[in-house]
Design a protein around this ligand. Structure first.
Ligand code: 5GP
Ligand code: MN
Length: 319
């Protein structure tokens, strides 16, 4: 819990902070914020991620200091993992030699660290970093607030997902009062899409299928190549399938370079898609989860749809 994490942080000096591969807004925002919180506490802290910071988050404070690496071997007293249910999720090698501090807000969170603080009631890991900073007596600078606000905004789906409560808005208000630039973050996150992402969306929508309460879409390597798209361009496309009236669960599959498929699941709240993802070795939240699956595409789609229908008996009626 929080007090354990704080005690361990206070007793140590040098930290490496990391999060999951293909980092999202909360992974990037909460990592950058925690790095600065630790530095304000007089510690040495570096953020290391397996994959590049997505373009839309590159203007965040301290983003240029992120170390992109497949392995860690520096002299650190502890590694802090944010948003991860396992060491593997970071896809950074070498973390197991460090004292591990695990901070997460996923339903599928696991106590793999020496110290674990998993609170699925938090709307974002950024909320936990906020609590940590406040408890440690660290001043929330505008830069820290902007990073945390990015995590809250993106992990709540712009205050739309079911975890959004009065406290979520209270936190957002506090962060803006501390100097978070809400307009700049929104501009950066929602209005700087590359053309390739829109072209990829076109391909995904051309591959839209519907079966009652379920909708699914996919993008093949060929779709990516034609759109000139990067992997990060696929982030959020699944929401267009969930936006359809009457759809309760949306599935988006994208082909990986190794011919496996990365699957994103989204639910409007009635169905726990974290449970479905866990069956395939992934995880996430009740309303947003993911995993990887072997191809070929038609088999993968059949397996995923069968599992959704089985795991959570939504009323599926063809229309
Ligand atoms: P996305 O569909 O955007 O990739 O992921 C949605 C949510 O599911 C995120 O909260 C993400 O952390 C989680 N998630 C996605 N893929 C995996 C996975 O392979 N393992 C686990 N444990 N969680 C995942
Ligand atoms: Mn998160």
């Amino acid at each position: 819990m929080l007090s354990d994490v704080l005690r361990e942080l206070q007793q140590r000096d040098r930290f490496v902070i990391t999060s999951h591969a293909r980092p999202d807004g909360d992974a990037v925002g909460s990592s950058l914020a925690l790095g600065e919180v630790l530095r304000q506490m007089g510690k040495h802290a570096e953020v290391m991620l397996r994959d590049p910071v997505p373009v839309i988050y590159q203007k965040l404070p301290f983003a240029e200091d992120v170390i992109q690496s497949r392995a860690v071997n520096g002299s650190y007293d502890a590694a802090v993992l944010l948003e991860c249910d396992s060491l593997q999720r970071t896809r950074v090698e070498g973390l197991n030699r460090y004292f591990l501090i695990n901070i997460d807000h996923h339903l599928s969170g696991r106590p793999f660290g020496q110290v674990n603080w998993i609170d699925a009631s938090a709307c974002a890991t950024a909320e936990l970093v906020w609590q940590l900073a406040r408890t440690a007596g660290v001043e929330i600078t505008p830069q820290i607030a902007t990073c945390l606000y990015t995590g809250v905004l993106t992990d709540t789906g712009s205050f739309c997902y079911s975890g959004t409560r009065a406290g979520t808005f209270a936190l957002a208000e506090e962060l803006v009062r501390c100097g978070a630039d809400a307009v700049a973050v929104a501009q950066q996150v929602y209005f700087t899409n590359p053309t390739s992402k829109m072209r990829l969306l076109g391909a995904a929508l051309a591959n839209l299928h519907r079966d009652g309460d379920l909708a699914w879409m996919f993008c093949t390597r060929h779709d990516f190549a034609r759109a000139g798209a990067l992997e990060e361009d696929a982030e959020g496309l699944v929401n267009y399938a969930l936006a359809i009236g009457g759809v309760e669960v949306a599935v988006f599959l994208r082909e990986l370079p190794d011919e496996r498929f990365r699957v994103s699941l989204r639910s409007k709240g009635g169905v726990n898609v974290a449970g479905v993802a866990e069956r395939f070795g992934g995880g996430g939240h009740q309303c947003a989860s993911g995993f990887a699956i072997d191809g070929p595409l038609t088999v993968a789609i059949e397996r995923v749809i069968a599992s959704i229908k089985l795991c959570c008996p939504v009323s599926v009626t063809s229309r």
